[in-house]
Design a protein around this ligand. Structure first.
Ligand SMILES: NC(=O)c1ccc[n+]([C@@H]2O[C@H](COP(=O)([O-])OP(=O)(O)OC[C@H]3O[C@@H](n4cnc5c(N)ncnc54)[C@H](OP(=O)(O)O)[C@@H]3O)[C@@H](O)[C@H]2O)c1
Length: 276
């Protein structure tokens, strides 16, 4: 299968390259830096004749999106439309990577694949717009919603907690933001299975179970031999940032599980990340 990954240098893009090349897929590349929001990308991707495009490229800095919503929509919405247009022209399946932040976080039980999105910040709105605009161009689309991605050494929550633990005598971490920590190699392996199914639709792919940022930080410290580091639980209201945070956004995987695609519990995945 001939696959093109957008955002191939990002956290998920790199994990996908590893897992897909190990499984013998043919990975296509463009010989130059590209901008998915530039309409020339439609032709450039089309010229590669991909059979599947996995669209990971996005403006992922949530506070950066709040500071510059136009830039967020340019990349996450219109860029996704371009990628979907390229897929339509080359009859390629599209995997659109979306986010827990398409939800408003007011639920009391985890969001399933039929839950109604209602984004409350520019990152979430631009990702939701991307879902809709991409689906308008390419009906052969898997919308994969995921959350709280991390991998060994990436720029993510675990590495930030460990850096903060090194630099400080104690930490303050929010306890009322809740979702699913997801180990990127597990997500990449699940996507590699999903693209073989041709069962297009919306999927929640996250490590099983959920926790608060505070519990996630506690587990990161414990697994790194830093269980004695004091952490003070604080509230989102006490933590000033540019973006409004949807507080409760755990996702539950129902649809992919029916296809036999399930990710392990988040604590097991985190332990493996720390070991590696
Ligand atoms: N990280 C999370 O916690 C999380 C949670 C839920 C969903 N997601 C979604 O998962 C996907 C992958 O996330 P990630 O953590 O792997 O992100 P990442 O590490 O930030 O990687 C994003 C990639 O997209 C590229 N990119 C950004 N703007 C671009 C543009 N205009 N044209 C072409 N490439 C562009 C970046 O390249 P440069 O570095 O050169 O700009 C980077 O390689 C994204 O769609 C994100 O919205 C992420």
């Amino acid at each position: 299968m001939r696959i093109f990954i957008t955002g191939e240098k990002g956290q998920l893009g790199q994990a996908l390259q590893k897992v897909l090349s190990e499984q013998g897929f043919t990975l296509l590349t463009l010989p130059h830096k590209y901008d998915v929001a530039d309409h020339h990308i439609v032709q450039q991707i089309g010229d590669l004749s991909p059979e599947v495009v996995i669209h990971c490229a996005a403006m992922t800095h949530v506070d950066g999106c709040a500071a510059d919503p136009d830039a967020a929509f340019r990349v996450n919405a219109f860029g996704s439309q371009n990628v979907a247009h390229a897929c339509m022209r080359s009859n390629a399946d599209l995997v659109y990577i979306s986010s827990n932040e398409v939800f408003d976080g007011q639920a009391t039980t985890p969001y399933n694949e039929a839950s109604e999105p209602n984004p409350i910040n520019p990152y979430g709105s631009s990702k939701r717009a991307g879902e809709k605009m991409a689906a308008r161009y390419q009906r052969k689309i898997y919308v994969v919603r995921t959350a709280w991605l991390y991998s060994a050494g990436g720029n993510n929550f675990p590495t930030k907690i460990l850096a903060a633990a090194k630099a400080n005598k104690s930490l303050r971490v929010v306890q009322d933001e809740i979702s699913n920590p997801t180990f990127v190699p597990d997500l990449a392996a699940a996507i590699a299975k999903l693209i073989k199914t041709r069962a297009y639709g919306v999927y929640n792919l996250v490590n099983e179970g959920y926790c608060s940022r505070y519990e996630f930080a506690q587990e990161i410290l414990r697994l790194n031999g830093l269980a004695d580091m004091p952490i003070e639980p604080i509230l989102l209201a006490d933590y000033q940032r540019a973006s409004t945070v949807p507080p409760f956004t755990p996702l539950v995987n129902i649809q992919a599980a029916k296809l036999g695609i399930q990710l392990r519990p988040w604590r097991e995945a985190l332990a493996e990340c720390v070991r590696s």
